[in-house]
Design a protein around this ligand. Structure first.
Ligand code: GN1
Ligand code: MG
Length: 354
């Protein structure tokens, strides 16, 4: 059953909490896909995160909650002390709750005294943020990827994504296609990078697949990175895409939708700090093919993200939540600028990795 825009978050809070507060239940975070709320139990003060799973994107929400449980059970046994998203069962004893409108919901325990950010404005957080993303991968390295479902099949298959992009360029909204002519041309000139990725024999592992700065929680008191969140796409994939997503969101001071393109660039010193943090985090899990191609992972992910935003703009914003009409175009231009900056510094950046 597909999601329904009509829902009562209070009904859902009632399904997961014994005595939910009757006050307004606020939204939480800036996710592009799911709807997230923070509900409180008025007797105990316990706070839980309620999420309506976007079933246009995650067509089998059962797999999302099953993977979550598998990951949680695995990470609980690991030594690093990452704070974890503890799944919560509904009063019916299930991890997935279908509301009366047919929407799919799940809940996790809120990790108190933490905050999230959308861009790495302070240089101090780069090393710890990168390290925790690496640690997450290190701890997952002992979980067989076969134990996880593909919650979104072909998620980082950029050859298929290029096909979808070509379709959008052919059948999308004509005015938008005209408006984005320059960007479409630019993508076409650089998309051969995706072929390079498919030619590498990369090992499949359980990886995060959405390893961006917004998916890290920081402790309010110490300022330290303490949790990696949003495990919905943690499944089979490559560490290169996680490295790439990290570069995409931490090597620059700007958010992915900053329209000020002059400010969008990969900063050499940030790149240096994030690479060293991430490598310290992953430890010795990388194979030589992974290690040698990390920078290619950054090219891959940034260009892939650009075509996802641009393609969505061309077809009329069907996938990503937007805040204004050209939002996806602004995001795409931002990512293309970042990609260009990466290309310009390729030789110097490569020296930092090898
Ligand atoms: C989406 O929902 P959210 O914000 O965690 C997207 C990622 C993109 C990201 C761009 C399932 O993530 O792949 O990289 O936006 N998730 C899905 O910020 O498509
Ligand atoms: Mg996500």
């Amino acid at each position: 059953m597909k999601e329904n825009p009509d829902f009562s978050v209070h009904e859902v809070a009632n399904a997961f909490l014994c005595f939910p507060s009757e006050e307004k239940i606020p939204t939480l975070g800036n996710g592009h896909i799911n709807d997230t709320f923070l509900a409180t139990d008025k007797n105990t003060g316990t706070q839980i995160v309620l999420q309506r799973i976007n079933t246009h994107v995650f067509s089998e929400p059962e797999k999302v909650v099953e993977n979550h449980l598998t990951i949680y059970n695995h990470l609980t046994l690991q030594p690093s002390g990452l704070k974890l998203l503890q799944p919560i069962v509904s009063q019916l004893g299930e991890y997935l709750y279908k509301d009366i409108h047919g929407n799919a919901w799940r809940a996790v325990k809120y990790i108190p005294d933490t905050f999230a950010i959308e861009s790495a404005s302070s240089a101090d957080i780069i090393y710890p943020a990168a390290k925790i993303l690496g640690l997450y991968l290190r701890e997952l390295s002992t979980l067989s990827a076969e134990k996880l479902y593909d919650t979104i099949p072909n998620f980082h298959n950029s050859i298929l994504r290029t096909r979808a992009f070509s379709y959008a360029v052919k059948w999308g909204i004509p005015e938008r296609i005209r408006e984005a002519k320059k960007e479409i041309q630019w993508v076409r000139e650089h998309q051969s990078i995706f072929i390079k990725i498919t030619r590498l024999s990369l090992p499949f592992r359980a990886v995060h697949n959405d390893a961006k700065i917004g998916n890290i929680l920081f402790d309010k008191n110490s300022g330290q990175a303490c949790a990696v969140i949003d495990w919905d796409t943690t499944m089979r994939g490559s560490v290169l895409s996680d490295f790439g997503d990290m570069v995409r969101t931490i090597s620059t001071t700007t958010a992915e939708d900053d329209p000020n393109l002059l400010a969008v660039h990969v900063d050499y010193h940030r790149f240096e700090a994030l690479t060293s943090g991430w490598l310290d985090g992953v430890g010795s899990i990388l194979t030589s093919v992974e290690r040698e191609n990390l920078l290619l992972g950054a090219h891959w992910l940034i260009l892939e993200q650009a075509i996802r935003f641009l393609g969505d703009y061309l077809v009329g914003d069907k996938y990503y939540k937007i805040k204004y009409p050209d939002h996806n175009l602004v995001r795409a231009k931002n990512q293309l600028k970042l990609f260009q900056s990466l290309l310009e510094q390729e030789t110097e950046l490569k020296k930092l990795i090898l």
